[in-house]
Design a binder for this molecule. Sequence first.
Ligand code: AHR
Length: 821
Amino acid sequence: MRKTLLCAMLAVSAATGAAASESRQDSLYLFSYTTSAANNTTGLHLAWSADGQRWQKIGVEFAFVKSDYGPWGSGKRMYDPVLERMPGGAWACSWLVGKDGKTMALTESRDLLLWKPQDYVSSRAKMGPNRSVPRDTVTFTDGSRAVGRILRVESRVVEDAIAGCELAQYRAAKNAELMKDDPARFKGLKDVSVTVTAQPSAGKAISPDLFGVFFEDINYAADGGLYAELVQNRDFEYTTEGRKRHKDWGPTYAWRTSGGASVEIKTDNPIHANNAHYALLTVSEAGGALANTGYGGIAVEHGKKYRVSVFGKMVGGDNRRVRLALRCKDGRTIGSAAVTLPKSGWRRLEATIKATASDPEAELAVIPEEAGQYAIDMLSLFPYDTFKGRENGLRRDLAQAIADLKPRFVRFPGGCVAHGNGLANIYRWKNTVGPLHERKGMYNIWNYRQSMGLGFYEYFQFCEDIGAEPLPVVAAGVPCQNSSLGGDGQQGGLPLGEEMDEYIQDVLDLIEWANGDKSTTWGRVRAEAGHPEPFGLKYLGIGNEDLISEVFKERFKLIYDAVKARYPDITVIGTAGPFYEGSDYEYGWQFAKELGVPMVDEHYYCPPGWFIHNRDFYDAYDRRGPKVYLGEYASHAPGRPNNMETALTLALYMTELERNADVVSLASYAPLMARRGDTQWTPDMMYFDNTSIRFTTDYYVQRMFGQNAGDTYIPATVAPDNAREDVCLRIGQSIVRDKETGDVIIKLVNLLPVRVDYKLDLGSLVADGTPTQEEHITGTPSDSRAKPLKAEGTINKNHTIGVEPYSFTVIRAKAGSKGKK
Ligand code: AHR
């Protein structure tokens, strides 16, 4: 987009000519106001007038600044804004964030376009701008009216505001381009021919860790997903908080009694303080049972073995035998084991069940053999066949699907899960390690409970198992900026002093836990959990797209300084907001540069057109400044599908990430996976249920990049035989070399409705007849079912290859085995 900016500016200055010519006078009137449209969420609007009578809106509902207070959706409202000029010429804007008038937002700007991160204060506080200024009512040229405030300003202010608005609208129109309009856009377009001349001697080193994954417990990705536990709510700790999601959510959710049994939830003498609830099962005659129905059923396979375990004890009476049985809906038992509950004192009991039949929707029943009262907690069922056979392990198919992406790193646990909904919801890694029944589960920001069964230990182990670097993220001492549990000040922060100091210590302890040897306090904890060797942590994220407020900055710096002092080799990753522009992005980067943070985490979910028009996004990034971690990105088309349009726009952009991988060190699509029927966010890279996975076109493209990454980028001159800018923007290529294999990897992306013939001049990169492995995906833009096809072939120094309309092709030249097939 930056390249096209000049044309945009020319277009904009033509448009602003009208305002300029009407405004030959030195000053004009500027009117600021908001409206009640969309529940008061449309932000601050501006209009101008030369004579104070005829008022022209600047843009249509164009927001110069929007409220950032409160949760997404119905939050983020603006009432009664006051725009004022400050001494020195900068602007101050304040507004009330709710009808109750209790909380006021404050922000400042130099140019009415880029605003500082907002502060939120009590409207009764004796600070901030004067809000008792008179209000004016104006009638616009379109006949509508609004109440706001009139200021007299230099003409330049109005002209700049109009130019800023028009430029933003010009960019928005480009970003909104969709492939459904290609038939009209490219009517009559002939096949394109592109000559690509590689420059092997100009190869540059790029990040070997570029493509990784971001795993967050959103969409039931962990419990009910990757975490192989088959019992839901195994600890009876679901609370009524979850009724936002399911009306009957609570301690007995996913449990049912049968055969005259009854169940009561008790809290006296629990198995652990972090696991306060348990079930007291009363059975008056043999046959009564308490059963768990899993996540919409428990899927078991004929002949497979399952590890079943339970904490239990008798309440009154002697030791008693209990059958733990897999049952079908028709009551058939398809595998069981017996355990004996002690007459007193909790005991963990474990057995193996072999399934005698397959059933995708079985239940696991606790069936006492005699009447009595049975205390039950932590009923658990795992397949033995987990990924790498690990106990308390991961679902093999899902873990393998992630491994197949060949991720160089795994970011965990969030995202918003890392910083949580309000201070009390900040994710604490120490709550997620140690014996399962002592872990502290938590209701998460995505409105369901996380057991923490897939905790930091399991996460680090998984990284090691798939050869990926762990990239844990800790909150920067502040919760999510969209927290609904904030109160005045919204974001809030851990109190400075003892509480913050403890938090910083927790962060240092995490590094010791990961990297310390057995002689260290936390290294020993890791070793005792089963991993004597250090995990070799290199990266640590601090913060997640936070509001770059003073509260954030103070806490980030405290954590950052402590980590840097104690562990100078750790690459700390800072944060720069949830968008590719705006206050958190600008001020987040400025702050990171001031502190010298080595890497900054950027997030942006953008329409497909954005990825076409912003291919040069990283070209101007300072190579001497912090590196980039593009921690969350996805192509969001209307309706949020995954299809060839979303996948190919990302393929195009990813070739640019490779080209810029001297400054972009890491990148991960988001979110990674979603449970069908329990999805809070679309699109995702893959969708699963209890027995299957649906891979999306986005998944395939990510896999093609992950499996074909390199560590040297080979620049090339690219000469299409068509000079149209919209054509050239839709053709992409990259060439990388992988040191380890010696392979040269060529990626070709075609976002056009016509064929593109690539004439490749590869020079010394390959010998004639070099064998290749090729992978290719194509389909119409709306195709959501396309799959890649593989082929083998050979490549020559001078090679022509035609690629189909709307396609992505990877050619892996086995240059290490020159000339041989
Ligand atoms: O990827 C889903 C969410 O998007 C992440 O939790 C958050 O960081 C972002 O807003």
